[in-house]
Each structure stands twice: as C-alpha cells, then as structure tokens.
Design a protein around this ligand. Structure first.
Ligand code: PLP
Length: 376
C-alpha cells in the first residue's frame, strides 16, 4: 500500500505533470511574471466555471477576505458576524480592519454558521455576515440571504474550502458557492480543492461597481496608473501560480468527484459505528465537495484516536481544536459560553481523516479498519 498522506499533492501532480510543466515553462519563457496572460486566462476560465461576472485574482485567501471587506467600504466599529468554528483567517481580517467581529455558534450537523444565532446578534451596528462554507459544504445561503435582505446587510462568502460546490435553492435552481452573496472569496493554498503550488486567492462578484473598486484596491488603489484614489494593497496572483491553476481548473470537477467517491467509501465503512457520526450532507450529492472528511467521535477517546492513527502511519487532523471566541487574539469579555454550546462540544469530537484526490480503496480500508479497531 502506498504511504498515506493527509493530502497527496505529489500523486496528483504526477498525473498532470506534462501539462503543468509546459504551462509553467511558457510563463517563464514569456517573462510576464506579473499580471501576465496566464492570470487573465485563468480569471476568464474561472468566471466561466463559476458563472460569475467578475473574478479578481489576488495573493491568497486571507487577502481576498480583507479586500472584499475593504471593497464594501466598511468602517471601524461596524460589526461583522461570522462563525466561531472556522479557520482564524475569517475573523482575523475583520479585526485587522478595525471592524468588530461578532462570533456566533454553528450547526452541530453541518458545522456551518447557525441561522437563529445570527439573527440573535444582529443590531444597529451590524453591517455584514461572513458565512464560511466549511469543509466543502455550503452554509444555509437562501436563509442567510433573506436575513441579510431583511436587515440590509452585506453577505461575504468565505468559499476557501468549497470551490466547485453547488448550492440548491428551494425552487431547484443551483449556483456555485461563492457567487451567491454580494462578494465571495477563495484560497488556492496547495491543499485546497483547487490548489496552486504556492499561495493564491480570488474574489468573486456579480456587482460591476464593486468589481471595479476591488480591482483598483488589489493594485495600490490605482484606477489610473500612478493615480491613487483609495488606500489599497499589493495583492496579486503570481503568473506562475496562474499558469498552474489554469491547468488544474480543468480537473476541478474530476477532483471533487474523486473526493466525493472517497467520502462515500468512508461513510459505507464507518456509518454503523456507535461512536462515530459520519459527515452530514444537507443537499444533493453536488453540494458537498469534501475539503475535509470530518467525523465526530461520540463518547469515545478522540485524542487517543488521533494518537493511535498517527502511530499506525495515518495522518489526521483536528480542525479546529479551539473555538475562535477562546483564542487570545479574539477573546472579548462579553462572550457567554452558553452562546457557543455547539462549538465548545464539537472541538472535542471532530477528527478529519486523510482526504484528497488520490486515495485508494486499500488505503481507505486500512484507515477505517484502524479507526474501528481502536474504538472497539
Ligand atoms: C484556507 C482558508 C483561508 C485562508 O486562505 P489562505 O490562502 O491560506 O490565506 C480562509 N478561510 C478559510 C475558511 C480557509 O480554509
């Protein structure tokens, strides 16, 4: 059996090596390293793939979030609601801009932001909601958009973990996650579903004016060369990364299908275990792209399981071990533990098993057998 990786980037690269190398070489030969034709090509292809009017590439997923918030013109003191259970980047950018993060609990099944919890904290200073489509599954966007509409709030989708996932509206229509709110963001960090070979990110919007504002902001606030109308940043997608992503985008659906197939196999082998809850999928099979395959260990030794798997050569992860409201940087006195019951519980239950596009059946059998033999 091949060595088990949390994410098998080498195995994936081997299948597309010739094309990727060719595309990278072309970029180097062209010496158009900054905003070269590969960046434009990838941007156009991603707009088509997502069916969104504007994709603005940038340097990474954290920048994408920050610039999206800057583009909306939020001011210090404005409140932005997001989930207590997510990667820190989401809340980090809110604080960095002098905005006030308001963290709320998540749904125990989907791990996504909890709708009633959002409405409870909406107040006169609330300006935006950032739902994170966590682990590859869309948050309750229809309901979130309705809430945002009712209270006149912006919706910024953090789609770093869910690129390629669909969201199904109650009328049956579908849209790609990241394109439903006012603005969406993603990350091309190597281990993400569409990963570069370095850092990368992008911002999506259907709003022409916002797209224009953001395009200037990523480039030092310049709309006309050497004329700086707003305070911007320098955040570009590298041409070499764009050259790689432009090839990999062709495989994104295939990659996501492969993740789904592995998730299904995990489910089949683990579903009946009394100590395990397999990932809950809320919608159709195209609504979850399994960035992570995250189990909940119920009445069992989660930390012991992590250690046991590692000893057997099986990498695994705990995403995320600490609720954001308990992180030193984001602790606020008025947070009340009762408001984070779910997050406080699941941080001790979750375990993410290896999930990538190259998992083999014998690896999945070995992983699931090892999990079950430990839990008894
Ligand atoms: C990865 C990730 C980010 C940040 O992306 P980077 O490209 O690493 O800056 C933001 N939010 C979530 C939910 C992520 O998973």
């Amino acid at each position: 059996m091949k060595k088990i990786e949390m994410v098998d980037l080498k195995g994936q690269y081997n299948h597309i090596k010739e094309q990727v190398n060719q595309s990278v070489l072309e970029t180097i030969e062209s010496t158009m390293f900054i905003n070269g034709p590969k960046v434009k090509s990838f941007q156009d292809h991603l707009e088509k793939y997502l069916d969104v009017k504007h994709v603005i590439p940038c340097a990474n997923g954290t920048d994408a979030l920050q610039i999206a918030l800057m583009g909306l013109g939020l001011k210090p003191g404005d409140e932005v609601i997001t989930a207590d259970f997510t990667f820190a980047a989401t809340v980090e950018v809110i604080s960095l801009l002098g905005l006030t993060p308001v963290l709320v609990d998540v749904d125990p099944k989907t791990f996504n932001i909890d709708l009633p919890a959002i409405e409870k904290v909406i107040g006169p200073k609330t300006k935006a909601i950032i739902p994170v489509h966590l682990f590859g599954q869309a948050a309750d966007m229809e309901e979130i958009l309705a809430l945002a509409n009712k209270y006149n709030l912006y919706v910024v989708e953090d789609n770093a973990q869910s690129i390629g996932a669909n969201y199904t509206f109650s009328d049956g229509s579908k849209k790609k996650t990241g394109t439903l709110g006012h603005v969406g963001t993603t990350s091309f960090f190597p281990s993400k579903n569409l990963g570069a070979y370095g850092d990368g990110g992008a911002i999506f919007t259907n709003d022409d004016q916002l797209a224009h504002t953001i395009r200037g902001m990523v480039n030092h606030g310049m709309y006309i060369r050497y004329q700086h109308d707003v305070v911007g940043v320098n955040s570009r997608l590298d041409s070499v990364q764009a050259a790689i992503l432009d090839i990999k985008l062709n495989y994104l659906d295939f990659y996501n299908e492969s993740r789904k197939a592995s998730a299904l196999k995990y489910n089949q082998r683990l579903a009946d275990h009394p100590n395990l809850i397999t990932p809950f999928r809320k919608g159709d099979c195209d609504t979850h792209v399994y960035h992570q395959y995250t189990l909940k260990v119920i009445d069992g030794d989660r930390d012991g399981l992590v250690q046991h798997l590692n000893e057997k050569g099986i990498p695994c992860g705990v995403y995320y071990p600490i609720p954001l409201h308990l992180q030193k940087a984001y602790t606020i006195d008025h947070y009340n533990a009762d408001d984070f019951k779910v997050t406080l519980e699941i941080v001790n239950q979750v375990i993410s098993l290896p999930m990538h596009t190259e998992l083999t059946d014998d690896q999945i059998d070995f992983i699931t057998d090892t999990v079950k033999s430990f839990l008894g």
